[in-house]
Design a protein around this ligand. Structure first.
Ligand SMILES: Cc1ncc(COP(=O)(O)O)c(C=O)c1O
Length: 446
């Protein structure tokens, strides 16, 4: 990358490609979270051509510090040399064959040795994919159909079916999703429950006794739940004889090198991983107790590329490196520093906002009573102009260091002053040059 972060020009080429994509690719991007409307349309980059460490270069030649970290997938930084070298060596001896490669067992053993609930393992290629496998196993193992869920779990029919009952996904994904193409026959097979509310879960379990296969949930995202909540969910699962599944795709290996379970001290029956498991290579894993997983041997759960060795090699190397380099310590330290520094700046400019949340995934939120939609948009727009790619929640990766922190805080100083002046002069709408944000993932971020 031969340009630095002070060189932001425009994202004209990105926008041109995006318009072309709308004609070639329905929805334009493969992942909704990559749509430029999710950031500052016309200012945030939409297409990248290279990445290294904490930064990527877009098609217009701008170099951005990236606090989105490949939507959480990048935990060691872009193009980590050790992971990439291991993958390149793997490619040289073949990426897949007509039979399995022994590294499947190596990764299975690594996960079993590391993750508290893991006694058996299945692989997949992404988060939604792995969640669908987990749901199939839970339904097959229990012989029941109904899933009670909380959080976001991918794009598959089992999950989107919740919106055949009006608004099922409104507070778990985002409002207004029409479950087009999802069979109506699945209505009432996936029922949402409110996070951090044991009573509502208990009422649902009672109402659907003998029908529920599993409680599927994100154990947490940016905030810890109330004390004892996750243990309470575990107790309810045991009481009603249903499986508990933790979707750890988003938290991944940032809380600890073994995921979230050692930190919350609660073990699910099944846990799902993807994203940070392999530092950007396609991979997903479903792990669980022998009792929950073993019946899967009788189920039709089968796909050619789940044996692909690139993702598996990347996962083995990433997990080993996370432990060797004590990546989680670095991530927690930078996240903590970021939170403290951003809060200090917010106070300096008397802005009605706070930076809070867990150290590995903090977020900025403007206080209720202000136009948060416009404030978020102005913030993202002005940070993009200063070559910092971020939304309002931040995935820390190991390549974020003191330099990235300083450059980001320096940009924030300018941006917070702009926001302060906009609020004082009551000209906030006049400063929005982008399309104000619309379809934010709300999920569990409080
Ligand atoms: C908790 C959770 N589950 C599942 C998924 C889906 O993963 P993927 O996009 O790899 O299919 C995501 C993606 O953001 C996630 O955060």
């Amino acid at each position: 990358m031969d340009r630095d972060n002070s060189d932001f020009t425009s994202v004209a080429k990105s926008m041109e490609l995006y318009h072309q994509a709308t004609r070639l690719i329905p929805g334009a991007t493969q992942l909704i979270s990559r749509r430029p409307t999710r950031y500052a349309y016309g200012f945030s980059p939409a297409y990248a051509v290279a990445g290294k460490g904490s930064r990527f270069t877009d098609v217009d030649g701008n170099v951005f510090i990236d606090w989105v970290s490949g939507i959480g997938a990048t935990i060691l930084g872009y193009c980590d040399p050790i992971v990439d070298d291991a993958v390149k060596r793997q490619i040289d001896s073949g990426t897949m064959y007509s039979v399995s490669h022994p590294i499947e067992l190596e990764l299975a053993e690594l996960l079993i040795n590391r993750i508290p609930c893991a006694e058996m393992v299945r692989f997949a290629k992404g988060g939604g994919d792995a969640c669908a496998v987990a749901i199939r196993i839970a339904r097959g193992t229990t012989g029941k159909d109904t899933i009670l869920f909380s959080g976001y779990h991918g794009w598959h029919d089992w999950y989107l079916a919740a919106n055949h009952d009006a608004g099922g996904l409104d507070s778990h994904l985002f409002p207004g999703i029409d479950p087009i193409g999802v069979p109506k026959a699945l209505t009432k097979t996936a029922i949402p429950f409110a996070y951090d509310d044991l009573d509502s879960l208990s009422v649902l379990l009672d109402a659907h006794q003998h029908e529920v296969a599993a409680i599927m949930m994100e154990p947490l995202r940016s905030e810890f739940p109330s004390n004892g909540y996750l243990q309470g969910v575990r107790n309810l699962a045991d009481k009603y004889g249903v499986l508990l599944i933790f979707d750890e795709v988003s938290t991944g290996f940032r809380p600890t090198s073994a995921g979230i379970q050692p930190l919350v001290n609660v073990q699910p029956d099944i846990a799902v991983f993807a994203k940070s498991i392999s530092n950007g290579y396609p991979m997903g894993a479903v792990v669980g107790t022998r009792e929950a997983m073993e019946p899967a041997a009788q189920m039709f759960i089968s796909s050619t590329y789940w044996s692909d060795t690139i993702g598996i090699r990347a996962a083995i190397t990433t997990l080993e490196e996370i432990e060797k380099r004590e990546t989680t310590k670095t991530i927690h330290k930078i996240g903590q520093q970021l939170k403290v520094a951003v809060n200090t700046l917010l106070q300096d400019y008397s802005l009605p906002a706070t930076c809070s949340g867990v150290d590995w995934h903090p977020y900025l939120h403007f206080d209720a009573g202000h136009d948060t939609r416009l404030l978020n948009s102005l913030f993202i727009q002005e940070m993009a102009k200063r070559s910092v790619h971020m939304g309002t929640s931040f995935y820390i990766n190991e390549a974020h260091g003191e330099t990235e922190l300083e450059e980001t805080l320096s940009a924030m100083r300018d941006v917070f002053l702009i926001i302060r002046n906009a609020l004082d002069a009551e000209i906030l709408p006049d400063l929005i040059e982008t399309i104000p944000q619309v379809d934010l993932f709300r999920r569990l971020v409080k």
